[in-house]
Design a protein around this ligand. Structure first.
Ligand SMILES: NC(=O)c1ccc[n+]([C@@H]2O[C@H](COP(=O)([O-])OP(=O)(O)OC[C@H]3O[C@@H](n4cnc5c(N)ncnc54)[C@H](OP(=O)(O)O)[C@@H]3O)[C@@H](O)[C@H]2O)c1
Length: 334
């Protein structure tokens, strides 16, 4: 597996990361602890070193499972976790205040049974706390050796830029990585974030590279799934299937399926191989529930899509023109 620097200044990470969002979840979308341990072992054997979790995944179970699986192998991994979303009943059990960041990092370290986190992400913007306070709290945690680097996720572009500017002005940690949803079916970040991250030396770390499994090749337009991730998205996402099952997305799947058949690959492999070579992408986070899915997705590393094939994927999945981007392209790109 190729290794990349995470952004300009971050740690060395493998081009495929292992996501652990469903580790420890019950039901038919979750991965039980023993299988999760095997997944981590297989991922290491394939040359991976970048594992992504969060304080809220499976109510903290994901961090516990990851910590147990990494016992004795801590130095081999770049471990990322996150802070922002609610973890308890106390008013401070949510957000990016200095108090919450310190409490959350200590709680994550206890669950992980580790003494430091390599990359701490702000999981989303907190409208109630000045960003300078949040960045200052991470600066102290870096000084204390509890955190290595700072990452950002699900911020608007101006919010990312504000964080970078504050860090530059006050000598705080810059974001080394930006974690965003990015796949053939969700390319919105190309409007702002690709340029932003390239110009600021921030590594893009795509999540949901298969659109939550939609690009797995196992779905068809006529059948609403009754099991697995898309059928059982948690809270506030009753429309998970309807949002994905659009004419545009089925055209993308048709093209990806035709390409997969032509080159003897699978749809997830084609989707991942495309994403691995997008500008500014440092490390793509795999979401896998089983060993078979991991093996399937790891094989994307062996695919070398030629220019014509990439062009077919690009044109079927391209974003609709919108303002001001069309104006800039037409009149101000010189
Ligand atoms: N920063 C953030 O806000 C954020 C948000 C979401 C995720 N993440 C991170 O990104 C990681 C990946 O996201 P994701 O889980 O949504 O990724 P994804 O790859 O888009 O979806 C993963 C799901 O697709 C299905 N799948 C994967 N490979 C398959 C294959 N080869 N064949 C058939 N089905 C397959 C599995 O679900 P089923 O088998 O149940 O269908 C699996 O759980 C997460 O684990 C987490 O670490 C971060």
């Amino acid at each position: 597996m190729r290794m990349h620097l995470l952004g300009d200044d971050g740690p060395l990470v493998s081009e495929l990361a292992l996501g652990t969002m469903v580790f420890g979840e019950g039901g038919d979308r979750g991965t039980p602890p023993e299988e999760a341990g095997r997944l981590i072992g297989r991922y290491f054997d394939a040359g991976g070193n970048h594992i992504d979790t969060a304080n809220v995944y499976a109510d903290g179970r994901s961090e516990e499972i990851v910590g147990a699986a990494l016992k004795g192998r801590r130095d081999e991994v770049a471990l990322a976790t996150k802070v922002r979303f609610r973890t308890g009943e106390h008013p401070d059990d949510e957000g990016l205040s200095a108090v919450q960041i310190r409490r959350s990092v200590d709680a994550s370290l206890a669950r992980l049974a580790m003494d430091h986190i390599d990359v701490l992400y702000f999981h989303a913007w907190d409208p109630w706390v000045p960003l300078q306070e949040s960045i200052g709290a991470v600066a102290e945690l870096i000084d204390a050796g509890k955190v290595g680097y700072l990452g950002v996720s699900n911020f608007k572009a101006w919010q990312v830029m504000k964080g970078l500017s504050l860090a530059d002005a006050f000598g705080g940690p810059r974001f080394v990585a930006a974690q965003y949803q990015y796949s053939l079916v969700v390319r919105d970040i190309e409007r702002e974030f690709t340029d932003l991250c390239q110009s600021e030396g921030v590594g893009i770390v795509p999540w949901s590279p298969l659109g939550g499994g939609f690009l797995s090749g196992k779905y068809d337009p006529g059948t609403r799934p009754t099991s697995g991730r898309i059928a059982t998205q948690p809270e506030n996402d009753e429309e998970a299937w309807e949002r994905r099952s659009t004419e545009r997305n089925w055209r993308i799947i048709d093209v990806a399926t035709a390409i997969a058949e032509e080159i003897g690959a699978t749809v997830p492999q084609v989707a991942l191989a495309w994403l691995l070579n997008r500008p500014a992408v440092s490390s793509v986070i795999l979401g896998v529930r089983t060993i078979d899915q991991l093996d399937d997705n790891l094989a994307s590393l062996a695919l070398d899509l030629d220019e014509a094939t990439v062009g077919r994927l690009e044109s079927v999945s391209s974003l609709e023109e919108s303002y001001p981007y069309r104006f800039i392209e037409a009149y101000a790109s010189r």
